[in-house]
Design a protein around this ligand. Structure first.
Ligand code: C5P
Length: 231
């Protein structure tokens, strides 16, 4: 199954993002706009990145009562986005409400459920009252999300094998927590894998931020990952 790269555009200013995007036009397809850039620049920046020819993954990780999340999906529907995230911890009713709003306003949008953040390990889950190990919790939340109608999941590459066994092949699995071989340190990510291993495990997309953004030549780092994926 082919696996594509999504660049997590986690930089403070659009001026810092501009040269990276300019150099990657034509080779990179997907850019993820997360809380940092959306909070700073809002919907206009989503349009600006799409106007540069990129597909936009808007990673807002919505998590609220069903009505509020559904209304947020409706408000976001006019934007040129191809993927949007919500937290599966919001529960079945919240995910189903989001799904209904998406079907009515933007049926082509991939609605992705965040399972367990890749920055969390078993100890962190226990601290918030979840006795399950990360894999078990991801399996449980993944099945719930798909049964509530979501098109895909965000999980660690370490859980992709288990999810591929349990879920229909059409479910998109998007995996952050990627660290190229030889990368020093994993920042705050706990459950990690290399790009090639994540692709082999069955990820539909890998999300990479700091290993590209902190490189001396971010565009070259992104191209190296694309080459590793055979994309
Ligand atoms: O810099 P790094 O490659 O660790 O960036 C990973 C990106 O993926 C960040 O933008 C982060 O918000 C996002 N993410 C994550 N874990 C999840 C969901 C999203 O790290 N479960």
């Amino acid at each position: 199954m082919p696996c594509d790269l999504i660049l997590a555009l986690d930089v403070p200013t659009r001026e810092q993002a501009a040269p990276i995007l300019r150099q990657l036009r034509g080779s990179l397809r997907w850019v993820k706009i997360g809380l940092q850039m959306f909070t700073a620049y809002g919907p206009d920046y989503v349009k600006a990145v799409a106007d540069e020819g990129f597909q936009v993954f808007l990673d807002l990780k919505l998590h609220d009562i069903p009505n509020t999340v559904a209304k947020a999906v409706e408000s976001l529907a006019p934007l040129p986005i191809g993927m949007l995230t919500l937290h599966t911890l919001g529960g079945r009713e919240m995910m189903a409400a989001a799904r209904q709003a998406q079907q009515q306003t933007k049926p082509e949008l991939l609605l992705l459920g965040v399972t367990v953040l890749t920055s969390m390990d078993g100890t962190a889950l226990n601290e918030i009252g979840v006795p399950a190990a990360p894999e078990a919790q991801v399996g449980r939340l993944g099945e719930l999300a798909v049964s509530a109608g979501l098109n895909g999941l965000v999980c660690s590459p370490l859980e992709v094998g288990l999810l591929r066994q349990r879920l229909p092949a059409s479910v998109k699995l998007v995996t952050p927590g990627i660290r190229p071989a030889g990368e020093a340190g994993s920042d705050d990510q706990k459950r990690i894998m290399t790009p090639a291993d994540a692709a082999r495990a069955g990820s539909s997309y890998i999300v990479v931020g700091r290993p590209i953004l902190k490189a001396k030549d971010p565009a070259a780092a992104a191209r190296a990952i694309l080459a590793e994926l055979g994309a």
